[in-house]
Design a protein around this ligand. Structure first.
Ligand SMILES: Cc1ncc(COP(=O)(O)O)c(C=O)c1O
Length: 309
């Protein structure tokens, strides 16, 4: 069922169960709004333009001789479209944030303000590189700091949140396995893992299996070793874990996973507790993300890192 605060129903057809279809098939938050081009016909205009004199003399015969293909909407129709879109922005001031949204709920407002400085906020993705050297320098500097702090060999600055970084990292692992023709199907996740870990693994196409915790609340190394095998693509370990406990067996876990041909993903959401003290890359981690809002208090960000092996 479509959740739409305005009560407005999208025109997209419903399937047999009465659920609205999305283009990607991804139902996610079901925030659907047709494009302006789906609402208004390009054959008509929303406003009456005065008849204009021909410019042919001044344009040397290059003047447009057909419509420009804009959606023909009246002003109220266009305003309603954008107002509906604006009401679909979910905010911490509107209600609770669900799982996998720490980046959104924990971003200090000051950081939001800094991210909106015109030098950042006004950049267009297709802007010539020579006009955005300041921003590139900043991103580059941060990337090198992160490489130093994590001991990883590469860094992606594009993921927008922790869960997004997880997906980036797991897709890298998937690509590495596929490159060697290895069809592994299972990702092992400790019982205490954040819900985004199994969700990410499932979204990346893996079957998720739990690893139990030992009495001390850490990963049960023996149980993990017993489950490792040729079907295990990766193990996702949060370190320090969700209970705030450092996984002292991390190196032994990595060695065992690598010996079985799998990869080690580290959920680095809690990296703040160990930053500057231990480097995940030295512990055998192959890919990880960091929740920047936690470790560095940076707006809307996470990064994914990959280590060559
Ligand atoms: C351990 C852990 N992993 C992953 C995430 C997901 O991060 P995000 O909310 O930024 O997607 C969080 C926060 O929700 C977390 O605490």
């Amino acid at each position: 069922m479509t959740v739409n605060p305005s009560g407005w129903r999208p025109s997209t057809p419903a399937n047999e169960e009465g659920e609205t279809q999305t283009v990607t098939g991804n139902r996610a938050l079901m925030l659907e709004e047709p494009l302006l081009f789906e609402i208004g016909s390009t054959e008509q205009s929303g406003v009456d333009f005065p008849k204009f004199e021909t410019n042919s003399g001044r344009l040397g015969g290059l003047e447009r001789n057909r419509g420009i293909g804009l959606a023909g909407l009246s002003e109220p129709e266009a305003v309603r479209h954008y107002t509906r879109l604006s009401r679909q922005n979910y905010a911490i001031d509107l209600g609770l944030f669900p799982l996998g949204s720490c980046t959104m709920k924990h971003n200090p407002r000051l950081n939001e303000k800094v991210a909106r400085l015109p030098g950042f906020a006004d950049i267009h993705p297709l802007q010539p590189q020579e006009t955005v050297q300041g921003a590139i320098e900043l991103i580059n500097q941060l990337a090198f700091w992160l490489l130093d702090l994590t001991g990883m060999h590469g860094v992606a600055m594009s993921p927008k949140a922790g869960a997004h970084g997880e997906l980036c990292g797991l897709l890298c692992i998937r690509a590495a396995l596929e490159a060697r023709g290895d069809k592994r199907e299972v990702v092992l996740v400790p019982e205490s893992a954040h819900g985004t870990n199994p969700a990410t693994a499932a979204f990346a196409g893996y079957r998720v299996e739990n690893i139990p915790a030992n009495k001390a609340g850490r990963v049960d190394l023996e149980a993990l070793k017993a489950r490792l095998g040729p079907d295990v693509a990766a193990v996702m370990i949060t370190n320090p874990n969700t209970c705030g406990l450092f996984e002292p067996d991390m190196k032994a876990i990595s060695d065992a996973v690598h010996a079985a041909g799998g990869f080690v993903y580290c959920d680095g959401a809690n990296f703040n507790a160990i930053v500057g003290k231990v480097r995940p890359g030295d512990l055998g981690v192959d890919a990880m993300h960091i929740n920047l809002h936690k470790t560095f208090s940076t707006p809307h960000g996470a990064v994914a890192r990959v280590r060559d092996r």
